[in-house]
Design a protein around this ligand. Structure first.
Ligand code: 0A1
Ligand code: ZN
Length: 877
């Protein structure tokens, strides 16, 4: 077994000894032997060593000149991963490096590769070193000029970073070239080129200062119409960033390219965003409402990176959350302004709790700003992204809207053009707002989800309400002991008539406006002049990424569902009620459903009846905690079958009580007019399909008939898939014919087939594992495509709790086997699949043993990629 390489540590950062001011690249594209000529203007810093080490990765070296002179063999050494130049000048010099690469053989999808015949690149985090030898680290900022040459037939479209700066033909050949110049110094991870035979749509945008920007979205020929929504989202993002943050676009062109083979969601390369096509293409027939929302969000995210990531980048990869947390916060705010703010907040918190909380509570826990890593690609995590966004959101809560904005404005002026750190970022808020953020900074360094406990006590005689809050943080890998954090708790005291009641004074603790600043291990707030017993509403809007344990009765929760002025907490109270039922049901393991808890039925019934609530919100309330949510809540000795049974029984009991009401609302919401993807209409579809799913799960023949009918007659993908999903989630025999029909109808549309693969893999039936195995050989599946892999294998292992966690361990064995196979081809995607094992220690002993065996088998394999080695090692630690 190969020993792992030494890790990288934040504390070991040293500034570079050499700078690279300009990069001139000449890329002559060829399917299997692309020639890259790089000319680098190198500037040694004072005291630089006499050797210069440039990093490569699987490169074939073809030549080297220094200041125009071919270097003799005694002046350099070279391997596929390192070029060492010996005795370099102490003043500025030029290096010309030639490498040869094979884009067709690049199955890792890092560096230069081909996707359906299109040449494209992915350089974050460490892909540029697969194109040429370089100081491939984000604090090396250079001005790039790129000449791209290719066959006209193969690649009529040639795209690079920055602005177009020339084009022409190579006389006597069928080749042509384009030159692109990017005037903004950037790190190598933002480099990109694309070349291929692509269709496009075109538009333009006039910035607030009156400059016109040419906008284009490129895609496979024939899919142009499916790019229109993305273009609309792009223009709205550009306008929003000007209005919300005063940030304007800075080049003459902005290009987006949709490719079908991509390891992640999308990439913010300067002026040339490259997207996984699933986040660009959308039309009513092929995309669901959720797809539309995702396209809007990812388009915005990548666009917003132009300031938070590109104009101000990261000093090193430990600072990844500097660009990602802030940019996620920005895209969340954008979507909130475009759609419903409360519903967006609920959706974001659901994602955080479903993805980040288990990471924070398991063996892969790491701080928002990690301090050590072996493989940086494994740190594009929900903690860095989503918890990173929550930390920015807390900063806004703590400082208030105006001071937050002043701090950000200072950040944009002070650090434009820099490769910055979290310290730089926080200093802007300290300087602009005079805030002391020393304790707050712990959010960046302490891993784990804080547990907040709250206990309230009302003293009627003295009209006094005492609220005691305590926080604790469990040990995480490498962090046995923790310090108390600064946790902003937005709150209200709900009075008997439903409004927040006032109080004369709040003492004993830091209360400012509607925020309690919990900074000690334990704190008591004494509210005086409270005229009646209040119901505490804490962590409104989910004001901190913490778990709240509150001693509150079912009656008070029901009251909160009805009356809380904070919509998030209305939703949260209903979830808490449901969670209590689900946890109790999982422990009881009864063969038959107990009648549903009357408080829960009343709560759900009241929300359903309340026409003032938007349908999308009502749908969120009706969607009970998932099986994985319940597993996380139980936390140890988890039996996924017991949880699934409990959840099924509770849903049946709810239908038994609320069936007629649900049916009435379902028919009152009947679709009218044609499909439009706006939030209001999407919300109505969401509520209808949530109700359908619930009714179908109850086994009602009428509901099953209605689902089949909806599946067959729907005029849009949301309703068609909603019906099919209901049949699949209930593992009904009717699903089979419907799934086959669905496949046949979309056999030529890979993105829609991903939905089919996902549903096939999600059926909670013992047949599913065999079905998934059989689908590996289906012509619609391709192991080379990360979207197909995630749809089939990712859904099976992460979204099908009972079947992945089969008692016989066959689900674990299957995943281990698949990952080992994929690891040879695409380590990033392979390693990512393994996170399905992240909570293996909380399983009951039988499954835990089987899961550990599967992990051990992977760990004992000798030819593991660093990516997979890193995940499996930490998961087992
Ligand atoms: N910076 C991108 C995410 C990203 C990271 C690594 C990649 O390599 C395969 C690709 C994309 C973002 O936040 O959108
Ligand atoms: Zn990002």
């Amino acid at each position: 077994m190969k020993a792992a390489e030494a890790p990288f540590r934040l504390d070991d950062y040293t500034p570079p000894s050499f700078r690279i001011d300009t990069v001139n690249l000449d890329v002559r594209l060829d399917k299997s032997a692309t020639r890259v000529a790089a000319r680098l203007a190198v500037r040694p810093e004072p005291g630089a060593p006499s050797t210069l080490e440039l990093i490569g990765d699987e490169l074939q070296f073809s030549g080297l000149k220094l200041d125009g002179v071919v270097l003799p063999p005694n002046r350099f050494t070279v391997t596929p991963s390192l070029l060492t130049v010996i005795d370099v000048p102490t003043g500025p010099f030029t290096l010309e490096i030639e490498t040869t690469i094979d884009p067709s053989a690049n199955t890792k999808l890092m560096g230069l590769y081909r996707s359906s015949g299109t040449y494209c690149t992915q350089c974050e985090a460490e892909g540029f070193r697969r194109i040429t030898y370089f100081l491939d680290r984000p604090d090396i900022l250079a001005v790039y000029t790129t000449r791209i040459e290719a066959s006209k037939d193969e690649a009529p479209i040639l795209l690079g970073n920055g602005n177009p700066a020339g084009q022409g033909f190579i006389p006597g050949t069928n080749r042509h070239y384009a030159i692109w110049h990017d005037p903004f110094p950037k790190p190598s991870y933002l480099f990109a080129l694309v070349a291929g035979d692509l269709g496009s749509i075109h538009d333009n945008f006039t910035t607030q200062s009156g400059r016109t920007v040419d906008l284009r979205i490129y895609c496979e020929h024939g899919k142009e119409a499916r790019c229109l929504y993305a273009m609309d989202a792009l223009k709205r993002s550009m306008r929003w960033d000007e209005t919300a943050f005063g940030l304007e676009y800075d080049l003459n062109v902005f290009n987006i390219v949709a490719v079908s083979d991509f390891n992640m969601g999308a990439m913010e390369n300067k002026g040339l965003n490259v997207f996984n096509d699933k986040y660009v293409l959308a039309d009513p027939n092929t995309a669901t409402d959720i797809d539309y929302a995702n396209v809007e969000g990812v388009i915005a995210h990548e666009y917003f990176h132009n300031w938070t990531g590109n104009r101000i980048t990261c000093r090193d990869w430990f600072q990844l959350c500097l660009k990602e947390g802030l940019t996620v916060f920005r895209d969340q705010e954008f979507s909130s302004d475009m759609r419903s703010r409360p519903v967006k907040r609920i959706a974001d918190v659901r994602t955080l709790q479903a993805r980040q909380f288990p990471e924070d509570g398991g063996p892969l826990a790491h701080p928002v700003r990690p301090e050590i890593y072996h493989e940086i690609s494994n740190f594009y995590t929900p903690t860095v992204y989503e918890k990173g966004a929550e930390v920015v959101r807390m900063l806004k809560t703590i400082l208030g809207e105006d001071a937050f904005r002043q701090g950000l404005d200072l950040y944009f002026t002070r650090h434009d053009g820099d490769a910055a750190t979290i310290e730089d970022f926080l200093a802007c808020f300290q300087d602009a707002a005079g805030a002391d953020l020393r304790q707050f900074k712990l959010w960046y360094s302490q891993a784990g989800t804080p547990q907040v406990t709250a206990k309230g006590q009302y003293d009627a005689a003295n009209q006094r309400y005492r609220l005691t809050l305590a926080q604790s943080l469990s040990p995480t890998p490498g962090q046995p002991v923790k310090r108390p954090m600064h946790i902003p708790i937005r709150f209200g005291l709900i009075g008997p008539n439903g409004g927040d009641i006032g109080y004369a004074s709040a003492s004993g603790s830091r209360v400012a406006g509607d925020v309690i600043h919990l900074t000690e291990a334990s704190q008591t707030v004494v509210f005086d002049g409270v005229t009646s017993r209040p119901v505490p509403s804490l962590l409104r809007g989910f004001s901190a990424p913490a778990r709240l344990a509150i001693d509150i009765s079912a009656e008070d929760l029901l009251f909160q569902v009805r009356a809380d002025s904070d919509p998030f907490n209305r939703w949260q109270a209903a979830q808490t009620l449901a969670m209590r039922n689900l946890v109790a049901g999982s422990a009881a393991r009864g063969p038959r459903a107990a009648p549903a808890d009357p408080a829960l039925v009343d709560a759900l019934g009241g929300v359903l009846d309340d026409d003032r609530l938007e349908p999308a919100f009502r749908a969120q309330v009706l969607q009970l905690p998932s099986e994985a949510d319940v597993a996380r809540e139980i936390g140890e000795n988890v039996d996924p079958d017991a949880i699934a049974t409990s959840r099924r029984q509770l849903r049946q009991a709810i239908v038994a009580s609320l069936g007629p009401k649900l049916l009435a609302i379902h028919s009152a919401l009947a679709a009218e007019g044609g499909f439009t993807p706006d939030a209001a209409n999407a919300g109505r579809r969401s509520l209808r399909n949530t109700i359908l799913d619930l009714m179908v799960a109850s086994g009602s023949r009428a509901a099953i008939g209605a689902a089949v009918w909806q599946f067959e007659t729907a005029d849009n993908m949301t309703d068609r898939l909603g019906a099919l999903a209901a049949l699949c989630h209930a593992a009904l025999p009717e699903r089979k014919a419907a799934l086959d029909m669905f496949h046949d109808a979309y056999r030529h549309d890979p993105l829609v087939l991903d939905k089919w693969l996902t549903l096939e893999a999600s059926v909670p039936s013992p047949e599913t594992l065999d079905r998934v195995k059989a689908l590996l050989a289906h012509p619609s599946f391709a192991v080379s495509n990360p979207n197909r892999v995630r749809a089939l294998i990712g859904s099976f292992s992460s979204a099908n709790q009972t079947q992945f966690n089969r008692l016989d361990g066959a689900g674990y064995d299957f995943l281990a086997h698949f990952v080992l196979d994929l690891d040879q081809r695409n380590p990033q995607t392979a390693a990512r699949l393994l996170v399905a094992f992240r909570s293996w220690r909380s399983l009951e002993p039988g499954r835990r043993f089987k899961a550990e065996q599967a992990l051990q088998r992977i760990a004992a394999t000798s030819r593991l990629s660093p990516d997979t080695r890193d995940i499996v090692t930490r998961t087992l630690a």
